[in-house]
Design a protein around this ligand. Structure first.
Ligand code: NAP
Length: 243
C-alpha cells in the first residue's frame, strides 16, 4: 500500500459501468495495493491494471465465487457496489402508475436491491475485524422518500429506497461485531454515463459530472466517513440525504 492510500484491498462491483470503471481508475491512481474490478464479463479492461474478476449480482453462486477469490487476497477494507439499472431496452422509468409492470418492477428490485443485498451477504464477512472498513452501495437521491417531490420513476425510486433500508439494517447488525465498519449508501450526483444519458437534457452542464469527478468525490467521502455515520446515505459532497 502506498503511504497515502486509505485502503489496501478494495473491491469495485460493476467495474464495467461508467462510475465503476472510474472508481477502479481512481483507486489505482491512489496507490491502493489490491484493486479488484469485478464485472459481468470479467474483462481485464475494466480493472485498469488491477485484479479483474467476474460477477453477476443476479446469480448468488457467482457472488459467492467472487467473494471466495477476493478472500484469497486478504481482508477487504473497501467494498463499493457500483451496479445499477435505470433503463434497459424494454424497461424505461415509469412516468405514470398506468405504466407499472410486474416484470419491470421485479427487474428493478433484482438489480438495485436484491443483488446488492446478496453482495453484502457474501462480502461483509471479508471485512477486517480490527480496523476501519467501508461497505458502500451506489444508491440515488431519488431513493429518498422525504425528498420525493416529483413522483414518477416508480421502480427505480422504490428499489433504491428499499436498498437504503437494507443498508440501514446491515449497518445495525454489523456494528455489533465490527464497531469500526461503516455501511452506507452513496449518491454520485448526476453523472455522464449510459445510465443517465437519456435523461440529461434538463441538467445544467455544471451539474453533470464526468465519471472521474464523481469517483474522486465519492472516494473523498468514503475516506472521511466515521462509524457514527454508518447506516446513512451520503451524496458526492458528503451531505447526508434525508431518508
Ligand atoms: N449516472 C448517474 O447520474 C447516477 C445518478 C444516481 C445514482 N446512480 C447510481 O450509480 C450506480 C452506477 O451507475 P452508472 O451511471 O455507472 O451506470 P452504468 O454505466 O449503466 O453501469 C451500471 C453497471 O451495473 C452493472 N450491472 C447491471 N446488472 C448487473 C448484474 N446483474 N451483475 C453485475 N453487474 C451488473 C453493469 O454491468 P454490464 O456492463 O455488464 O451491463 C454496469 O457495470 C447505479 O447504482 C446508479 O443507480 C447513477
Amino acid at each position: 500500500m502506498s503511504p497515502k492510500a486509505a485502503f489496501s484491498n478494495a473491491i469495485v462491483i460493476g467495474a464495467s459501468g461508467g462510475i465503476g470503471k472510474a472508481l477502479v481508475a481512481a483507486l489505482m491512481a491512489d496507490g491502493v495495493q489490491n484493486v479488484h474490478g469485478l464485472s459481468r464479463s470479467g474483462a481485464p479492461e475494466f480493472s485498469s491494471g488491477g485484479i479483474a474478476g467476474r460477477i453477476d449480482i443476479r446469480d448468488e453462486a457467482s457472488i459467492a465465487a467472487a467473494a471466495g477469490r477476493v478472500r484469497e487476497t486478504g481482508p477487504a477494507d473497501l467494498v463499493l457496489v457500483a451496479t445499477g439499472l435505470l433503463h434497459d431496452g424494454a424497461i424505461q422509468p415509469e412516468k405514470t402508475y398506468r405504466s407499472l409492470s410486474a416484470d419491470a418492477l421485479a427487474e428493478y428490485f433484482a438489480v438495485n436491491t436484491i443483488g446488492p443485498a446478496l453482495v453484502a451477504k457474501h462480502f461483509l464477512p471479508l471485512l477486517p475485524r480490527d480496523r476501519r472498513a467501508v461497505f458502500a452501495c451506489l444508491s440515488a437521491r431519488v431513493g429518498s422518500i422525504g425528498d420525493n417531490r416529483l413522483g414518477g420513476w416508480y421502480g427505480y425510486r422504490a428499489s433504491k429506497a428499499a436498498l437504503n433500508m437494507l443498508i440501514k439494517s446491515l449497518s445495525i447488525e454489523i456494528a455489533r461485531t465490527l464497531p469500526e465498519a461503516i455501511c452506507v449508501g452513496l449518491h454520485p450526483g448526476t453523472v455522464d454515463t449510459g445510465l443517465s444519458a437519456p435523461f440529461q437534457s434538463g441538467v445544467a452542464p455544471e451539474k453533470l459530472f464526468t465519471p472521474a469527478v464523481s469517483a474522486r468525490c465519492l472516494l473523498d467521502v468514503v475516506k472521511t466517513l466515521t462509524p457514527d455515520q454508518t447506516g446513512g446515505c451520503y451524496a458526492w459532497d458528503g451531505e447526508r440525504i434525508v431518508p
